[in-house]
Ligand binder design. Sequence first.
Ligand SMILES: [Zn+2]
Ligand SMILES: [Zn+2]
Length: 168
Amino acid sequence: MNRCLLCHEPLIPTLRFQSLLSPDEPAGFCDSCRQGLIKIDRKKCCAICGRDLTIVAPSFISQGVCFDCKRWEESGMSGVLQRNYSVYQYNERMKMLMTAFKFRGDAVLAQGFKPDFQAAYNQIRRDLKKAEKRRERTGRMHAQSQKMTRLMNQVKNGDGRRPASSCT
Ligand SMILES: [Zn+2]
Ligand SMILES: [Zn+2]
């Protein structure tokens, strides 16, 4: 039986359709340990460092960016950190996990983060693809509008084909 990577209590497998198809549940954290890991809503985080803005005082937020990042951007270091994506809040449980991971060398704990990190990574890729498509569409629209402007100027200046209705 798998045990929680953090508290070492036996993991009670959640019965899902998926578990019937592949009964080997990957190693991870138990529900109780998982409860302390608070995921950050991507729509409510700092646009630069990824900090959870729902737990930051409103006076320390400006245009979707936290006070620390704003100060950093104004310090002449602007653009050094373009974007960081954080999956969890840095709370007491996370501090404990990081201590175990970094200082006690419990590298196996990384397995417990795998599903959430994978989901976050896939979401970021989808968001980037969407943004890229939006940029391409805007670029095409910009090129079309420039072409239209050129054509209209040609007609106006008389150096292009005139509209059929023209009687001069
Ligand atoms: Zn546990
Ligand atoms: Zn920030």
